[in-house]
Structures are given as C-alpha cells and as structure tokens.
Design a binder for this molecule. Structure first.
Ligand code: AMP
Length: 174
C-alpha cells in the first residue's frame, strides 16, 4: 500500500501568505504512485456506465484525462473564462473576495449523460460546486465529484450537499 501523503508536499505561503499549497508533483513524478492514485480515484466507479469525465483546469486535467480513457468515456475540460474557443456555458462562483467563473463548451455534454467530475484538491468547495452546476445546466447527471485531496477543515463538502464526494487523501484539523 502506498501512503500517498508521503508524496504530497506542503508548500507554506504559496501562492500567497497563509495558504499551504498541496504540491502533488512528487506523486505525479513517480509512475507507480501516479498509477495507484488513479486506481484509488477510480475505485468507486469501476463497472459504472460513464459518458464523460470532466476535468477542472488545470490540475484536474491530469487525473481526468487518464480516467476518461479508463472508463472509455469522453474527456471534457472545464476552464477559466476566455480559454475555450467555441460557444460556452458558464457558472460564477464566490471567492473570498469577488467572484470567478468556470466555462465548458455548450455541446460538451449531452442531456442525460452520466458524468464524473474530477479535480486534484477540494478546499472551500466553490470550484467543485461551480463545475457540478455547469454539468447540470448542460443536462448531465453527476455521478460524483472525485478528488485526490480534501482539506476537511475548510468544509468544502457543505457546498456540494447533493453530490457524492469521493476523496483519496483527507487532511483534517491540525
Ligand atoms: P476551492 O474552490 O476552494 O475548493 O479550491 C479548489 C481549487 O483550488 C482546486 O482546483 C485546487 O487545484 C485549488 N486549490 C485550493 N486550495 C489548494 C491548496 N491548498 N493546494 C493546492 N491547490 C489548491
């Protein structure tokens, strides 16, 4: 059994003072560990019919694309505003100060599609909730929100009350 936390590096005060950044590059840099992390993220969904795996820019892409291959599903990028070239649908979400927005191509998900949403870290939950909202706006059925890391002490799950959240590595209160 791999202890994934040994391959996740805490970087204090990045990208700004007070944030402890979870650096997953050591995990990604070891082939066996990266593969095992994909196995662990995928585990609850094995055998399910999945039409699309949504990855949230940018580190969500790293996990969502190989998971889409594994499930023989499409990969759908959800991106920051202005990055996608075709017609988009968007969802605004609140930050500590101000708002941000996520977008997907309007034709990326068909009504009734079974969709798994994937990101690297669940922190305050705004990003995940916006991505889930976007999938639903396009008519998709959200099977779950799967992350490698959850910062339990930030309570992000509360923003996803009607979504099954699957986490591989939990960080609780210090
Ligand atoms: P949130 O909307 O607060 O749940 O933030 C989640 C998004 O921000 C994810 O896409 C993460 O990649 C990123 N993120 C938030 N906090 C951290 C952290 N401490 N370390 C690494 N990434 C983070």
């Amino acid at each position: 059994m791999i202890d994934f936390a040994e391959y996740i590096r805490d970087v204090p005060d990045f990208p700004e003072p007070g944030i402890v950044f979870k650096d997953i590059t050591p995990l990604l840099g070891h082939g066996d560990t990266f593969r095992a992390s994909l196995d662990a993220i995928a585990a609850p969904y094995e055998g399910m019919q999945i039409d699309a795996v949504v990855g949230i820019e940018a580190r969500g892409f790293i996990f969502a694309a190989p998971l889409a291959q594994r499930f023989n599903a499409g990969f759908v990028p959800v991106r920051k505003p202005g990055k996608l070239p075709w017609q988009v649908s968007g969802q605004e979400y609140a930050l500590e100060y101000g708002t941000d927005r996520l977008e997907a191509h309007s034709d990326a998900i068909q009504p009734g599609d079974q969709v798994l949403v994937v990101d690297d870290v669940l922190a305050t939950g705004g990003t995940g909730a916006a991505a889930v909202g976007l999938v639903r706006e396009l008519g998709g059925q959200v099977l779950g929100f799967a992350v490698l890391i959850e910062l339990d002490f930030l309570g992000g799950r509360r923003k996803l009350p009607d979504v099954e959240v699957h986490t591989v590595v939990h960080y609780g209160d210090d």
